[in-house]
Write a protein that binds this ligand. Structure first.
Ligand code: LER
Ligand code: MN
Length: 276
């Protein structure tokens, strides 16, 4: 088995500092390919200001896939979110997600709904916020379906949002949204905080796992903390998961070192997994 490994890369300046790379796309892509990664996960604030053909040419040149597109910068830098009390902002958040569909279809990438699902703002009840999130996800999933595009919501730890912290909450949301092309992105950093038993949660999510982020317990590269990646990845592959494992960790001690240590650790682990 070849474990497909990707790493998160931003196409424009981002405040989110766990985005391991910023700046010049081609130089970064060249390095990522040289280190042995199979893909890059692009964090894109606004698809209308990126040049899809230029990106495609670079990916072709280095033979890298784009397994997923992150949308969180639209929240971080523009404040767009599904449960905002201002209807114009809610609409803009939905339209922004929909505007990712052509790009996602072009690259066969999953659209990630991370922090774009928002937080519960003052004056809004948790119930109202969830209702807006469900409606937004229904509209976006429906728009994406004819293009063969899938959306993956990421359960995110309690310190960043109160909306969907756990895999179980994610699965109940999936029932409410009721779309086959809507699933989950599991992130080991968030799972380590929120899941009572990470292996059990992975098994529970099963074929609704559309994408997978890895960072260690301290959000450094895998191998730098105390998460048992051997057990987690074994469990993940036992569910039949055939997607990418995408590194999303702090650029510590620096971005290049982190990326190289992550891939060397995960490739070693892969040898072990193949043996079992
Ligand atoms: C994004 O994938 C993520 O994991 C969030 O923690 C961003 O804040
Ligand atoms: Mn993540």
């Amino acid at each position: 088995m070849h474990m497909k490994l990707a790493i998160v890369l931003s196409t424009q300046p981002a405040k989110f500092n766990a985005v391991a790379f910023k700046g010049d796309l081609e130089a970064n892509v060249a390095k990522i390919a040289r280190w042995g990664y199979d893909g890059v996960e692009l964090a894109i604030r606004d698809p209308n200001i990126v040049d899809a053909e230029a990106i495609a040419a670079i990916m072709d040149r280095y033979n890298l896939a784009i397994p997923a597109i992150g949308t969180g910068q639209a929240w971080g830098e523009e404040g767009l979110s599904f449960p905002d009390p201002d209807p114009a902002i809610r609409r803009a958040a939905i339209e922004r997600v929909k505007s990712h569909i052509p790009l996602a279809a072009r690259f066969n990438a999953v659209i990630i709904i991370g922090l774009l699902r928002g937080i519960v703002k003052p004056g809004v009840s948790q119930e109202q916020a969830m209702a807006w999130v469900v409606e937004a996800l229904q509209e976006c999933s429906e728009a994406a379906a004819p293009h063969g595009v899938r959306l993956a919501l990421e359960p995110i730890n309690r310190y960043e949002t109160t909306l969907i912290n756990t895999v179980r909450e994610g699965l109940s949301l999936i029932e409410q949204v009721g779309a086959d092309n809507f699933g989950l992105l599991l992130d080991t950093f968030h799972m380590n905080i929120e899941e009572p038993d990470m292996e059990e949660s992975i098994r529970l999510a099963g074929d609704r796992i559309f994408h997978f982020h890895v960072a260690d317990s301290n959000r450094w590269y895998p191998g730098a903390g105390h998460i048992d990646f051997r057990s987690l990845l074994q469990t993940l592959f036992e569910t039949g998961y055939e997607g990418f494992i995408s590194g999303e960790f702090m650029p510590e001690p620096d971005a290049d070192t982190a990326a190289q240590r992550a891939i060397s650790y995960l490739r070693n682990l892969q040898t072990d997994l193949t043996k079992t």
